[in-house]
Design a protein around this ligand. Structure first.
Ligand code: TYM
Length: 325
């Protein structure tokens, strides 16, 4: 079976952007691929973080994966730092990656802007570590949201450079992008993101979801109910496309363009559907919260299975690049 890898940083609670952009498709892909899903804690260290909280964040992420349907019988669920071959491969890849390739990655420039007091080398090396995460398992594909495409482009370039220097070793991994590839935040402007206060979290209660949606920005040209709106330009409508039935979508589309329905009603339908979508996940979250020893064991087993593959790859790489035996 072909292999795939994907991961999420444990840098805050997971939100519906992570869910629709990544995790939801991970679940389906378990049937078709050998999947390794990681909690990438080394990546989370590139910004200021609380070292006392990091283990809890890893646990939260593991619980979110399991609750969303990652099945440890089918997939390896692992913590990046439990497989140190990721960082060993990163060092080797650093030596074939021109500095300019990392400097031009858009997320590096954004992070420099956001972390003026902490522009560490890890921020620059971030996509090389991400490359190592993926190719240490010889993954053929990577299910991610749209924001990760520049990173994957760099991964493919590094793979080409490595293969042409040391001989064919790694497949060029392809992105797998879902329908919810880019979820915009409640501000209606920027990508939903843990670092911005614009998220609906997977653990938000029904009341919180209703409250957050009620103040979410819609089509800004629609000041009053009697102003016709443009659903294609409304963040709420884009969520309807992921969550509502075709009939509901048509009803909201018509109501908006013909100014016969207000944003309030449209949001109410969406809130119901989102609450229903998250209900089974939240129920499972409660279960895993009270079975954390079992979660630890799943991570341990997943880490060992992943490490066995990573060790084989690093052995081959060490030989190819001429390291001492
Ligand atoms: P991270 O932790 O920022 O996000 C995890 C996954 O969620 C997706 N995502 C979104 N999708 C749609 N709309 C949004 N608003 C949204 N926000 C987040 C991301 O695209 C991602 O798929 N660099 C990665 C972590 C990583 C990784 C890897 C991913 C490290 N190594 C190897 C894949 C393979 C990141 O920061 O994701």
């Amino acid at each position: 079976m072909d292999r795939i890898f994907s991961g999420i940083q444990p840098s805050g609670s997971l939100h519906i952007g992570n869910y629709f952009g990544a995790i939801k498709q991970w679940i389906k892909l378990q049937e078709k691929y050998q999947c390794i899903y990681g909690i990438v804690d080394y990546h989370a260290m590139t910004v200021v973080y609380d070292q006392k909280e990091l283990p809890d964040r890893v646990m939260d992420a593991a619980i979110a994966y399991l609750s969303a349907g990652v099945d440890p019988e089918k997939s390896a669920l692992m913590v990046q730092s439990q497989v140190p071959e990721h960082t060993e491969l990163t060092w080797i890849l650093n030596t074939v990656t021109p500095l300019g390739w990392c400097e031009r990655v858009p997320t590096f420039k954004d992070k420099v802007r956001q972390n003026r007091d902490n522009v560490n080398l890890g921020l620059l090396d971030y996509p090389v570590l991400m490359t190592a995460d993926i190719i240490i398992y010889k993954s053929v594909a990577v299910p991610v949201g749209q924001d990760q495409l520049p990173h994957l482009e760099l991964t493919r370039e590094i793979v080409r450079k490595f293969n042409s220097t040391f001989g064919d070793t790694f497949p060029e991994p392809k992105p797998i992008i879902s329908e919810g590839a880019l979820i915009i935040g409640l501000d209606g402007k920027q990508k939903m993101s843990k670092s911005l206060d614009n998220c609906i979290y997977l653990s938000d209660s029904p009341e919180k979801i209703k409250k957050k949606l009620s103040t979410a920005v819609t089509d800004t040209r629609r000041q009053r109910k009697t102003d016709p709106g443009v659903p294609q330009e409304c963040n709420i409508y884009s969520l309807h496309k992921l969550l509502s039935t075709p009939q509901q979508q048509q009803y909201c589309h018509q109501g908006c363009t013909q100014a016969s329905m207000g944003c309030f009603e449209c949001k109410k339908i969406l809130a119901e559907n989102l609450i229903n979508e998250l209900a089974p996940l939240q129920e499972k979250q409660q279960f895993w919260l009270s079975h954390q020893d079992q979660v630890r064991e799943i991570l341990h087993q997943g880490g060992m299975a992943a490490r066995a593959i990573a060790q084989q790859t690093i052995q081959e790489v060490r030989e190819k690049v001429g390291l001492w035996k």
